[in-house]
Write a new protein. Structure first.
Length: 249
């Protein structure tokens, strides 16, 4: 699936013959899938593919008026339209991609999608459309950031990562840092070197103390989320340094 209808620039189509395309929905669907696979596996190649998809979308589907992204890039007698659902999904995708990669350009793309969605004629067209509010909320706050620090062949690290992936929240940033792989894609937090694998919770300028047990990770994540929500306006510490006494529970 990852190679079906793929262009060298990172875009995707319906197949070898993509009449009227390329279409935003095709590349967006694959980009979201790649990012989900990165979250579930911590394999960096999936993040790389998600970034390629995101860049292709921005380069080919941006609306000329600077508000939102059009459904198709192919030429035709009629100007391509803009889909509310696609722009909601694109805004959320680019925001998450920015969080994982540290590339602020992706947030700019997300904001362009929101300029279309925030237009009164669009925002009030479907009073039951909660996706616009959800995209706006995610852009305005940090996700709960769960990082496992440990080797990927370590059983303790594997169990912690499984607990992180299984944590019931829609808006997460989940990473697994094996120092042997080099710096993290977005090294916005400094983690201490410990003698055993550990997980850390970060968000809104706060970081937890090291967590060593999967059950403890789930319990602490609930407490941390509640505390972080109260500190949304707090400035982020320099380099986001995680300390063993950062947020005692």
């Amino acid at each position: 699936m990852a190679s079906r209808g793929k262009s060298p620039a990172g875009g995707f189509g319906h197949g070898d013959a993509d009449s009227g395309g390329p279409y935003l929905g095709d590349t967006l669907a694959l980009g979201r899938a790649f990012l989900a696979l990165y979250e579930a596996t911590a394999e960096r190649d999936w993040l790389r593919r998600a970034e390629l998809a995101g860049r292709f979308m921005a380069a080919n589907f941006a609306s000329p008026d600077g508000a939102g992204y059009v459904t198709a890039a192919g030429g035709g007698p009629l100007a391509p339209g803009r889909s509310v659902d696609e722009n909601v999904a694109a805004a959320r995708f680019w925001n998450r991609l920015s969080r994982y990669s540290g590339n602020g350009t992706y947030r700019d793309h997300a904001r362009q999608a929101m300029r279309f969605l925030a237009a009164p004629a669009v925002a009030t067209e479907r009073l039951t459309e909660a996706g616009i509010l959800l995209a706006d909320e995610e852009l305005s706050r940090d996700p709960l950031h769960i990082t496992v620090v440990g080797r990927k062949n370590d059983e303790g690290a594997r169990r912690l990562f499984a607990a992180a992936v299984g944590y019931p929240s829609e808006y997460l940033r989940i990473e697994w840092w094996d120092r042997r792989e080099g710096p993290m894609p977005n090294p916005d937090v400094k983690y201490p070197e410990l003698s055993r694998s550990a997980a850390f919770l970060c968000g809104s300028g706060l970081c937890s103390s090291p967590i060593y047990e999967p059950l403890e990770l789930s319990a602490q994540a609930k407490k941390f989320s509640a505390r972080a929500e109260k500190n949304q306006a707090a400035p982020t510490p320099e380099a986001g340094a995680a300390r063993s006494d950062s947020v005692p529970f």
